[in-house]
Each structure stands twice: as structure tokens, then as C-alpha cells.
Ligand binder design. Sequence first.
Ligand code: AMP
Ligand code: ZN
Length: 465
Amino acid sequence: MPLTFFNTYSRRKEEFKPLEPGHVRMYTCGPTVYAPAHIGNFRAYMFEDLLRRYLLYKGYKVTQVMNLTDIDDKTIRDSKARGIPLREHTKPFKEAFFRDLERLNIQRAEYYPAATEHIPEMVSLVKKLLDSGHAYKSSDAIYFKIKSFPKYGALSHMKLDELKDGARVNSDEYEKDTASDFALWKFWTPDDGDVFWETELGKGRPGWHIECSAMSMKYLGESFDIHTGGIDNMFPHHENEIAQSEAATGKPFSKYWLHCEHLMVEGKKMAKSEGNYFTVQDLVDKGENLSAVRYLLLSTYYRQQLNFTFDGLIAAKNAITRLRDFRDAIESGVGTETNPEIESIAKKAAEKFETALDDDLNISPALAAVYDFVREANAAREKNGLSIADAEILKQTLKRFDSVLGVIYVKEQALDSDIEKLIELRQAARKSKNFAESDRIRDQLLAMGIILEDTPQGVRWKRKL
Ligand code: AMP
Ligand code: ZN
């Protein structure tokens, strides 16, 4: 089966064919850096990480752009409330975002353009729209005229006659029933304080939507392959991106649109405005394991809502423990007598894994293939043992799966020096045959969440999840 994605634009599954063979160019709407991102946001970034990693697994070259919205209504509102310059307000949230990406083992995109560094590109796009009659100047802003773009509504499946002719909306976020001409460039008001740019368009600042059109086309070209985001971005944000970009270039903007469903808490979307959210740091402070958070966000099909619960995190920890125990069990084989079943178990698992993910990144059957692999390989290993070559086949297969999952072969966090010292003391006690003391230290470490294993190669440790 070829690789297929559900394209929101057509509401159908379509075979994926990049515009340039072998190279995928994709744009992923990034965070608005007015506060730390919450794990609802990270569900969207995690789905994009799965997409990216699977495209790499399939051998594509990937150029991914994720923008940082460091100017919009919310960033200005909050920096003003704190009485500090916009840049100073957004800086720590940008830094926190990159730290969280790393902590969740989300791969880096190729580009992270910040809106405030791309004002000239936005200005030239708005000028193009003014020159071609798709935009007009009003007293408070320059607006995009949606009636000038007959395809307006094609993504969100809204009919143009449902739209209020001539109505205008200046705010960055609005509901479907207020769909109307939207602001591309907002003229300065005293409320904006020192946030403005003096440009050919007048003194002011960009609207949110134009940011993504200008930055995607700068790094990916006027037409590219995939545009993603959370489902709440479909309208008005993505609808507006299409209108601005295609009206300006006369070319199709993104070929495939992929949207992920929300992370929910007790039936409601996790959102800052609801107050029902956790940041990555909140979960760290609660002692949660971030591989488990990653697994939880990853393990439900992206087009299905996912309910966040702490029970879900426990299940995720158990799943990862099983996978890592298997990782350790196949670390090395003995001898040259190969186990005839191993190769076919690995081959069958890889086929099932790929068939599942080729079908619009359907993660559940892909994970089922990994668990079948673990169970069957364990059974074969217990029956006939593993040769060096067998262990290598299993290891390579598991590593390949983990190039997509990112939870098995991960670096353990560095040991605290206290723990290191205790491990050394225990080694010394064992050497002098003081087993009561060595057992006591082992229990003490266990209480600290460190599990020790004495292997022929020496002592090994892992963190209890
Ligand atoms: P924002 O910072 O609000 O622009 O959101 C950044 C990204 O996170 C967007 O792609 C949103 O669609 C997505 N997002 C926000 N809340 C959730 C949620 N509860 N579940 C999944 N994605 C979300
Ligand atoms: Zn965007």
C-alpha cells in the first residue's frame, strides 16, 4: 500500500506524492510565545514529530518549518500587562519551548522563523494583495477582501453566501459565524505602546494570519507539500493563509492539509483559557516521566480526540518498561548458531508496522505490530536462545521502530552525584563481601527510583519509570 494521508482539504485519504520526488517540504504552525506551551499544544507538535519521523523512516528528505508567533494580540496584551517590552516578554517562552521539545524528544525542524524577524516579507505580501485588489485600506487596518477570492471557504467547507459581505474583523482569533474580511496589517493605536513598525503600509503591525503565509513561502516556496496544525487552526487561520497566499501568487499553496484532534480533559479541550492545562514543567514537578508523556501523546491516532489522565500515564509507563526490558534482553547474543525464526519475525513485524503507518499514520496497529514482535521474539529466544547475528537483527528492527517512536533507545538522564557515590559504596561493600551493607544500599537506591542490575559485564542501572 502506498503512503496515504487524510487531506482535510478534500476530506479524503489521498496517496502522498511530494511535488519534488524524494523531498517533502512541510509547514507546521508553531507556538504563540505568550506563555509556556501546554501538553495540548504538544499533542499537535507530537503528531508533527510522528509525521516527520515516519517520512524520514521512509527515506524522504524533509524540510520542515515551524514558526514562532512572537507578535499577535495575545503577546502584546500580556507584555503590556506585565509592563515589559514585547521581546523581553516572549524570550523566556521561546527558550522554554525549545527545552520542552528536547525533553519530549521531539526532533528539531529545519527552520524556526520568528514573526518579528520577517516583517519585510509580510509587508511585501500585503502590498501585492493591495496592488491586485484583494486587499483594501480602512481606518484601523488593511483588510483582505474575502469576496475577491472565490475559493474562500474551501478548506473549512463554508459557503461564501454564509459570509457577511463587507463585515470586518480586526482580532486575530474569531469564530466561524463571524467570518468576514480580516486584518492583514493593523495600524498602530495607543494600546500597542511601543510595538509597531514604520513601513510603506503605515505605522503598525502584522495580523497573525499573514505571518504564516509570508514565512512558509519564504522557506518552502509558493507551493509546497504539507501544512499541518491542530484542528482549531483550520478556521479562520488556515483558511486565511490559503486565501492570502493563493490570491497573491495565483498558485496552489499547500497540497496536503493535515489536522490533529484535540487533547481533552474531562470532555473539554485542554486550553490556557479553560485553565485545565499542564505544562511539561508541571508534569516534571509532579515527578512524571517524560517518555511516558511522549508515549501517551503519540499512541492515539491523531485524528481522534485523546483524553489526558494520570491513569493513561501509568499505562504508558508500563508499555515503555516492557519495551525497554526487551531492549535490554536482546542487547547481546551468544554463538553463531542462528535461530531460524528470528529473521521472519522481524520481517513480518516491520511489514505490519509500515502498513499501519502508511495508512494515515495509524499508530494503534503499528504499536500492536511492535508488541507482537516483542512477544514472538521473546518466545523464540526462550526456546532456542539468540546468536550474535540474531540479537543484531532484533536490535536493528527495534531501533528502526524507535526511530519513529522515540521512547526506547533514549539517553538516561545523568546520574546525580549522590547516586553515583552510593553505587560506588555498594560496589566497595560487595568487594569486601559485606553483603548486608550492599543490600541496604541497593534498597536505598530503589527507594530513590534507581534499579541496579548485576550483569556479567558489571553493574547496570536504570531509572524506575
Ligand atoms: P497556539 O499557541 O494557541 O497557536 O497553538 C499552537 C498549536 O497547538 C496549534 O496548532 C493548535 O491547534 C494546537 N493546540 C492547541 N490546543 C490544543 C489541544 N488541546 N490539543 C491539540 N492541539 C492543540
Ligand atoms: Zn500558522
